[in-house]
Design a protein around this ligand. Sequence first.
Ligand code: HEM
Length: 493
Amino acid sequence: MAETTTRSALPKGFRSAEQGWPELHRIPHPPHRLPLLGDVLGASRTTPLQDSMRHARRLGPIFRRKAFGKEFVFVWGAALAADLADETRFAKHVGLGIANLRPVVGDALFTAYNHEPNWQLAHDVLAPGFSREAMEGYHAMMLDVAGRLTDHWDRAALAGRTVDVPGDMTKLTLETIARTGFGHDFGSFERSRPHPFVTAMVGTLAHAQRLNTLPAPFLLRRSARRNEADIAYLNRTVDALVRARRTTSGDGDLLDRMLETAHPETGERLSAENVRRQVITFLVAGHETTSGALSFALYYLARHPDVAARARAEVDRVWGDAELPGYDQVAKLRYLRRVLDESLRLWPTAPAFAREAREDTVLAGEHPMRRGAWTLVLTPMLHRDPAAWGADAERFDPDRFDPKAVRSRPPHTFKPFGTGARACIGRQFALHEATLVLGLLLRRYTLRPDPGYRLHVTERLTLMPEGMRLGLERRAAVEVGSPERCPVRGAGE
Ligand code: HEM
């Protein structure tokens, strides 16, 4: 057995479940397991997460899947997930999809192993970039980028065209993190096709996902070559951005912090290589997931006119006649935040996170795990566990996040941003940006869903409602409480 209870380093590389779970046989797996191949019958390579959700419904709160000799344990029961949140016994596990991203971003915040010194260094240097004070500084820039979106949507509304929701939300969130984090403008709204940075980024995420689901990496030779080119492009783009900053000064954004701030205690700074990795990490982590969260929220708002009307009434009341909301007026949109939370409950756009045992332990008093044994928490199913969310857990209902309802639920049942020390550093950033944008959109437009659209969730490590379009109707300016914008300002399309 490779694992021991001593403090020796854990073996590198993939650790299959049979190495770490001595009573694995007690954990159910799908029927029709094939020798050598495993649980591959009916498995989809493009929607592994939704496959796992299907298995979860049949197999219960803990189950395992095996493919080509690699076995994984999945957990989604609320009690089991709550136990995994105990930071004294469990920690983040960097495996699978995340480990596959290491060739791109190495030991940057998201992909660093817990023991790598650059994690603590970068965490301490960058955390103040997400303080309330820093967030207030980003607010005006977020508004400015949102104005480019509404210019774009105004033109569509005027022409009676529907809008591509995930596409436009991706432009918005990429521009927002690029602008607030790095003072950069990708010009996404002026382009008819995605910026090549987005194409390269999506390529590396898709490649990482493919590596998860294929038996042997050599089968992906062509995709691997493409991936090399994508990584080279990401690096070149970021190096140019950093070079440009070294010749000018920023306004105290994340990049300034990365380049100039020393650790408050040790005086250490991030190396040039590490800065490159962090910039790519923030550009990727800072927009993919938020763009999905906004898209799902708009999907539900368009499908639930009663919810949209209540949220819109709140926006009108809280923002009043203000042309643009102030920072504090966003946090006051309590109901709209519940809409966002409820969307993230049903479709947490980073849909799983992995936890490993720090020492030999017994999960929830039932399942022995050796040190280093790990499991994937399947967040969309944790968020649907009837034990925590009731028999109607599939139903969209923002009132689940009413403070009283929240207090009545056990802790650790809502985890869209992960858990513990390695939970999302950008949580407040994402929530502020998404609430602000949803508020602006509700105030400005009536959303018209396409009656023929059936939710189709696409997976590329993150989740997105594919092919979702909305019709828009401008609300009267007097209703909106803001002066008309020039309908042709901005984009050169
Ligand atoms: C709705 C939007 C978002 C969601 C659902 C989300 C979700 C998550 C989750 C689940 C994790 C933990 C992953 C794990 O345990 O392996 C995480 C970590 C992280 N997120 Fe986010 N995220 C969002 C937005 C953002 C934004 C806007 C930023 C940056 C501006 C960001 C930057 C990061 C970073 C750097 C980490 C790694 C933190 C660490 O390990 O120290 N995320 N995120």
